[in-house]
Design a binder for this molecule. Structure first.
Ligand code: ADP
Ligand code: MG
Length: 361
C-alpha cells in the first residue's frame, strides 16, 4: 500500500518564509498526481518533505497507515528524479544504474539481472557501456529514471524532470512517462510549472499558488470547472479571457453586464444572487468565442491581431476596452482592422467573484 497522505502540512524556513501552508491531500495508490503551479509556489518544498529532504514544521505525512515524516529518507522507500539528472560522470550507464543497488549491498548477479531488466524497460540497452557525456539529454533523463526505477521504490517523486529537454523531446518523453507509469503501476508525484505536462500526464492535478493548494481534480475537471480565478488563468493555452462586469437584474432574469458584453447567467449563479450589482469577472475560454457570421450575435468586435498557427488561427478581438482571444479554424479569412460579429458559448462561461476570485455557482 503506497498511498501518500499529507495532513495539514506546513513548512516554515529558518528565515521565516512560509513556503507551504496547511496542505492536506491524499495521493491514491498507483496514481500519477501532479503538483502544478508557478515558480516559487511551494511544489519542490512539498515534494522534498515527502522525500525526507525537508522536515515539516507542522502536520504529518503517511504512506498507507505508516507515519513517515519522522523517518530518514533512506527508510521511506521513495526515489526522486530531479531536473538535473545528477548522473555520475565517471561511471558508465550500467554502473550508474547499478549504483543504488551496490550501495545497498545487493549481490552482483542480482544487480546484473536488474540492470538488464531496467535497461530493457527504458530501451537503453545499447547505451549501457557509455558514459553520461556520450548521451543526449533525453537519454540521460532515461538513465536518471532508470536509477530511480531499479530500486523498486513504493513512491516516485519527479521534480520537473523534463524541463531541460527541448520541446520536441519533452513531448516525446511525456508519452514515455505515461506508458512507464502504466507499466509499473507505482504511485508517482510529479512536479511541474507546465500546464500542458500536467494536463496530458496526470490522473489528477493539484494546483498550487503561494504555498496553498487551490484545487485537486482530474485534468478535465480542473479545466472545465476551475474553482477560482487563479486556477482558471493557470490552466489552458491560450489563456482564458477575463472580462470585468456586474451581475444585474434585467427583464429576462439575471445577466452579466460587462464592458461591451451582456449575456444571461441564470444557469450559472442559480437563485442565490439578487442581481444587486455584485462585481464579478467572466472567464471565457478562447474556444468558446466564435467569430464571423451565422451565429446569433453578441455584438461586433474589431479584429486587432490575427495569429495563424497552422492547425488553427488565434484572433484577438477588442470587446469594449478588453482584448479577447478567439480560436478560429486554420486559414480563417480574417484581417486586422475588420469589424466582425462574434458570439460566446454562454453555457461555458465561468463567473468569479471580483473581490475573492472564488467561483460562483
Ligand atoms: P517551487 O518548486 O514551486 O518553484 P519552492 O518549493 O522551491 O517552489 O519554493 C517555495 C518558496 O520557498 C519560495 O518562496 C522559495 O524562495 C522559498 N524557499 C525554498 N527553499 C528555501 C529555503 N531553504 N529557505 C528559505 N526559503 C526557501
Ligand atoms: Mg521547484
Amino acid at each position: 500500500m503506497a498511498n501518500v497522505v499529507l495532513s495539514n502540512v506546513q513548512k516554515r524556513f529558518a528565515d521565516g518564509t512560509i513556503a507551504v501552508h496547511d496542505f492536506s491531500l491524499e495521493v491514491e495508490d498507483g496514481e500519477f498526481l501532479t503538483f502544478l503551479g508557478p515558480s516559487g509556489c511551494g511544489k519542490t518544498t512539498t515534494l522534498r518533505m515527502v522525500a525526507g529532504l525537508e522536515t515539516p514544521s507542522a502536520g504529518t505525512i503517511h504512506f498507507g497507515n505508516r507515519r513517515i515524516d519522522d523517518l530518514e529518507p533512506g527508510e521511506r522507500n521513495v526515489a526522486m528524479v530531479f531536473q538535473s539528472y545528477a548522473l555520475y560522470p565517471h561511471m558508465t550507464v550500467g554502473e550508474n544504474l547499478a549504483y543504488p543497488l551496490r550501495k545497498r549491498g545487493v549481490p552482483k548477479p542480482e544487480r546484473d539481472t536488474r540492470v538488464a531488466a531496467t535497461a530493457k524497460l527504458l530501451q537503453i540497452e545499447p547505451l549501457l557501456a557509455r558514459r553520461p557525456k556520450q548521451l543526449s539529454g533525453g537519454q540521460q533523463q532515461r538513465v536518471a529514471l532508470g536509477r530511480a526505477i531499479i530500486r523498486d521504490p513504493d513512491v516516485f517523486l519527479l521534480d520537473e524532470p523534463l524541463s531541460n529537454l527541448d520541446a520536441t523531446l519533452r513531448a516525446y518523453m511525456r508519452a514515455e512517462l505515461v506508458q512507464l507509469h502504466r507499466r509499473i503501476g507505482k504511485t508517482m508525484i510529479y512536479v511541474t510549472h507546465d500546464q500542458v505536462e500536467a494536463m496530458t500526464m496526470s490522473t489528477r492535478i493539484a494546483v498550487m499558488h503561494q504555498g496553498r493548494l487551490q484545487q485537486v481534480g482530474p485534468p478535465s475537471e480542473v479545466y472545465e470547472r476551475p474553482l477560482n480565478r487563479f486556477v482558471a488563468s493557470f490552466v489552458g493555452t491560450p489563456a482564458i479571457n477575463f472580462i470585468d462586469g456586474r451581475i444585474s437584474a434585467t427583464g429576462d432574469g439575471l445577466a452579466f453586464v460587462g464592458d461591451g458584453l451582456v449575456f444571461p447567467i441564470a444557469d450559472q449563479v442559480g437563485g442565490a444572487e439578487s442581481g444587486g450589482g455584485r462585481p464579478v469577472v467572466a472567464g471565457i475560454r478562447p474556444e468558446d468565442v466564435t467569430i464571423g457570421g451565422g451565429q446569433p450575435g453578441q455584438g461586433d468586435a474589431e479584429v486587432l491581431v490575427v495569429e495563424p498557427l497552422g492547425h488553427e488561427t488565434l484572433v484577438v478581438l477588442r470587446v469594449g476596452t478588453s482584448q479577447v482571444v478567439a480560436r478560429a479554424p486554420a486559414r480563417s479569412d480574417v484581417t486586422p482592422g475588420q469589424r466582425l460579429p462574434f458570439s460566446i458559448n454562454r453555457q461555458r462561461v465561468h463567473l468569479f467573484d471580483a473581490a475573492t476570485g472564488d467561483r460562483l455557482g
